[in-house]
Each structure stands twice: as structure tokens, then as C-alpha cells.
Design a protein around this ligand. Structure first.
Ligand code: IPD
Ligand code: CA
Ligand code: CA
Ligand code: CA
Length: 251
């Protein structure tokens, strides 16, 4: 069944990517959610509706936790799909680049499937928590020490030194902030960044956490406690064998 669900997830996410690309030149309907910089477009909602419909008709016993339109199911309760229809909506609006479609599948709170599509580069990252692939090629990742690496950050957390992130960054070659959690996660998988520190909701990290787990990465709150999979949390996705070093800097 998990294989069927993995193939399903890859297919619906790829179809969503094709749909978004077909509508790339459209005039977008853009609305503010909570603030002028918290935006949603008609395409975010259309992609979510399309994927939601496919999940509900193919796996009617499963539940969904998704970003738009208050689709909220407790991730620890049964079989739950976690969907971010367009991650990096601001990038999508302003750049038409650096955004992703993300879909994950959890059973009783345990990540079983993660899929991230880097839409503009046509790269599909997928995995089951034990291995991960970029398109048809299995990913083999050797994590370098922090002093030879870059860190992906959320700009607010970086500039306010939240949890000591600014202090930790002095042990690295520098920081980068892309504005899409999904693209940050695929950059970890591509070996472009060593880890990612951000203030995220469950749909922002659900797929990424599954995809990077085979390479010894842990995704947890910045204070070391487990993710709650509800609300926004300051969190980090980092190599677990370097946690001691990280803890020496993080408060
Ligand atoms: C956002 C992006 C961004 C992160 C924000 C998220 P959205 O997701 O992942 O990188 O800093 O916290 O909300 O709203 O564009 O799907
Ligand atoms: Ca959003
Ligand atoms: Ca997101
Ligand atoms: Ca989104």
C-alpha cells in the first residue's frame, strides 16, 4: 500500500507542477491573509483543491492537513496527508521562481512519504524515510562539517539571533535565505546547505523532514524538543551527529 501511495503522491505533485507552469503567465488573483506580506493566490487554492479531490477519491479513509482554507487534521490521528500546494508563494508572485509543491504522508504521526517538486527546475525529490531520490537517481549525501558549509535561515530568526542562530552562524561559511522551505530542503539534499533554521508550520516541514531523515538529519524545535506538528514553531533540520556542537551555541 505504501508503494501505491508513494506513486500516487509523485503523480499528483507532478501534475500540479504541469498545471502551475501552464498558468505561469496568467494574471494572478492575490489576496492578503493575516498581513500585507502573507499572501495567497488563486493558484495556491486551485492546486490544493485539485490534490485534495484526488486524495479524497483515491484514499477516502485518509485525512488531510493542508495550508489553505482551514483543512486541519491532527497529524497523530490515523493516516494523514500533509499538503503545501505552493510553498514560497511570495517568490511565486514576485519571481515566478524558487517555489515548490510539497506533499507528505504520515501514519499516527510517523512520516512515511515525502515529495517535493522544485517546479521551475523540474526536479522531483521523493522518499520514504529510508532512502531518497532526485527524479530517478538515488541521493547519496555526505554531510560536511559546519565550518565548510552554508546554513539556510529564516531572515527574522537570523537577524534577531533567535535561539543563538546568529552566534552559530559564525561557525559556518555563511547563511542563505531563499524564502521557500521546500527549496531549502532540496538544497540540503543537493548538499548546497548543511541545515535549515526557520519558523514554520507543519506543511512547511512535513515532506522535508521525511526526505532528509535517511541522511542522519533530525527535525526538531530549536530548543531540542520534538515538533508538535501544530501552529508555527521555531525549528531546525540539522545533522544529528553534530547536535552537540549546535547545542553549545543555541540557547
Ligand atoms: C513560507 C515559506 C517561507 C517561510 C515561511 C513559510 P508559504 O511558506 O516556506 O520560506 O519562511 O515561514 O510560511 O506560505 O509560501 O507556503
Ligand atoms: Ca502561505
Ligand atoms: Ca509553505
Ligand atoms: Ca503555501
Amino acid at each position: 500500500m505504501l508503494n501505491t501511495k508513494l506513486e500516487f503522491a509523485k503523480t499528483v505533485v507532478q501534475k500540479a507542477g504541469v498545471f502551475i507552469k501552464q498558468h505561469l503567465s496568467d494574471d494572478l488573483e492575490i489576496s492578503e491573509k493575516t498581513h500585507f506580506d502573507d499572501l495567497v493566490t488563486n493558484l495556491d487554492r486551485e492546486v490544493q483543491d485539485q490534490i485534495l479531490t484526488q486524495i479524497q477519491s483515491t484514499f477516502p479513509g485518509d485525512s488531510v492537513l493542508a495550508e489553505e482554507n482551514d483543512v486541519r487534521h491532527d497529524i497523530s490521528d490515523g493516516n494523514v496527508w500533509v499538503l503545501d500546494p505552493i510553498d514560497g508563494t511570495t517568490n511565486f508572485i514576485v519571481q515566478r521562481d524558487n517555489f515548490a509543491v510539497m506533499l507528505a504522508y504520515y501514519e499516527a504521526g510517523v512520516g512515511k512519504i515525502g515529495v517535493i517538486l522544485d517546479v521551475m527546475n523540474d526536479n522531483l525529490y521523493w522518499g520514504d524515510g529510508t532512502s531518497a531520490y532526485k527524479n530517478e537517481t538515488q541521493i547519496h549525501l555526505t554531510v560536511k562539517p559546519l565550518r565548510q558549509s552554508l546554513i539556510g535561515v529564516n531572515t527574522y530568526m537570523y537577524r534577531t539571533n533567535a535561539g543563538g542562530l546568529l552566534d552559530l552562524s559564525h561557525e559556518s561559511l555563511g547563511v542563505r535565505a531563499i524564502g521557500s522551505a521546500g527549496i531549502e530542503y532540496v538544497n540540503i539534499l543537493d548538499g548546497k546547505i548543511w541545515g535549515y533554521f526557520s519558523n514554520l508550520s507543519p506543511w512547511d516541514y512535513a515532506a522535508g523532514a521525511v526526505l532528509i531523515a535517511p541522511f542522519g538529519y533530525v527535525t526538531q524545535q530549536i530548543d531540542g524538543s520534538p515538533l508538535a506538528f501544530e501552529g508555527r514553531q521555531m525549528m531546525m533540520s540539522v545533522p544529528s551527529d553534530q547536535l552537540d556542537k549546535i547545542k553549545a551555541y543555541l540557547k
